[in-house]
Design a protein around this ligand. Structure first.
Ligand SMILES: Nc1ncnc2c1ncn2[C@@H]1O[C@H](COP(=O)(O)OP(=O)(O)O)[C@@H](O)[C@H]1O
Ligand SMILES: [Mg+2]
Length: 354
């Protein structure tokens, strides 16, 4: 199987035939931990993506391979950035008839050029199941006894990971500067002026329709889209578009449809793409919020890479096309973005000479 080849590829750099004087595992060479490009303007380093705003209203979003957890990047997983970009691409294309999105171009497997938007200050999380592990997830809150959540009433007697009678939106405040997300309600969002009623109506309509499409297409692939997060933004004319990413393994919870019913009946956790073993390995060895992280074993990194690639192939039904071996991804990205350096410089020059 294709992912098996990748595992081999990932360890080939350990091969004594390697010409490098100090051989390092291939994943260290090929992973894209950072994508700082000094020739591009208006840099913003996100948890996972490097962002550049061009003066003409476009935004370059480069997906790195960073695995983010415990408010930090804990590892670089080869191919993860490409998987995220390509998974989102597949979904943007599969949902463009439902909701306009920010996409303008894909100049590189890890890069999307989007229309720069004013991101609405609410994260639109849609949930089809009583699930989740974070403090804002409805399962966590429900188990603490909450029945009134996000301005909605949940019935008694629901079980872990049970399907909800209908998908719900559990919006949270978008923490713009490293703060933590807080639960909101539709009424609260409008009352406090985070969104107008019209914006909320539009965004919630889009989100539920996108989620319904997501669940239907996932089901065709034997998957359950349990929940996901959307970010919307407004353009200069106030038109609302879908921004950021859509239905990626990072923004969504996918379960395997075949094993779900049995596992649910037995009270077991649904089966999913297991991307958490690096996280679990780290937690079992240190307090990641306070201590330095121990070096993560290369085999855990390459297994995680395989899981991401498998997720891409399962979700989209497409064969993953790996980049040519050996070329550092940042070099390739720089080459594919070179035309934007020119424009960025020209435009900077124009604006600074004004
Ligand atoms: N079209 C867009 N216009 C402006 N900002 C966007 C657009 N699409 C996504 N963003 C923002 O770009 C950033 C993407 O990088 P990411 O690593 O997700 O950062 P973060 O750590 O802030 O979530 C996010 O802050 C997201 O809100
Ligand atoms: Mg983000």
């Amino acid at each position: 199987m294709a992912s098996g080849n990748r595992a081999v590829r990932c360890s080939r750099r350990d091969d004594p035939m390697s010409t490098s004087a100090a051989p390092r595992p291939l994943q260290q060479v090929l992973a894209l931990g950072d994508a700082f490009i000094p020739e591009l303007p208006n840099y913003y380093r996100g948890k996972v993506r490097e962002n550049y705003d061009l003066p003409d209203g476009r935004r370059i979003l480069i997906s790195t391979d960073r695995l983010s957890a415990f408010d930090r990047a804990i590892a670089a997983i080869p191919l993860k950035g490409q998987v995220l970009t390509q998974t989102a691409r597949w979904w943007f294309e599969a949902t463009a008839d439902i909701c306009p999105n920010h996409v303008l171009d894909y100049p590189d497997p890890n890069v999307v050029i989007g229309k720069r938007l004013d991101i609405l200050p609410v994260e639109i999380i849609v949930r089809g199941y009583l699930a989740g592990t974070t403090g804002t997830s409805i399962l966590t809150l429900y188990k603490q006894g909450a029945r009134e959540m996000y301005g909605m009433r949940f019935s008694d007697g629901l079980r872990d990971n049970e399907a909800l009678p209908q998908a719900v939106i559990t919006p949270t405040s978008k923490a713009f500067d490293g703060g933590h997300d807080e639960p909101l309600s539709a009424a609260g969002i409008v009352e406090t002026g985070l969104l107008t009623q019209a914006q909320w109506d539009e965004v919630s309509g889009y989100a539920l329709a996108l989620f319904a499409r997501g669940q239907a297409l996932a089901a065709d692939r034997g998957l359950i889209l349990a929940d996901t997060k959307y970010e919307f933004g407004a353009d200069a004319d106030g038109r609302i578009l879908l921004a950021d990413e859509i239905h990626t393994p990072d923004s969504s919870r996918y379960w395997f449809g075949e094993s779900y019913p049995g596992r649910f009946e037995r009270g077991e956790k649904p089966e999913s793409f297991d991307k958490d073993f690096v996280r679990n390995w780290v937690v079992s060895r240190c307090d990641p919020y306070r201590e330095e992280l121990p070096p993560i074993p290369p085999e855990l990194i390459s297994q995680t890479s395989d899981v991401y690639v498998r997720a891409y192939e399962t979700i989209t039904g497409q064969v993953f096309v790996p980049p040519p071996a050996g070329e550092p991804p940042l070099e390739r990205i720089r080459r594919n973005l070179a035309r934007y350096f020119e424009r960025g410089r020209e435009a900077d020059h124009v604006s600074s000479s004004r």
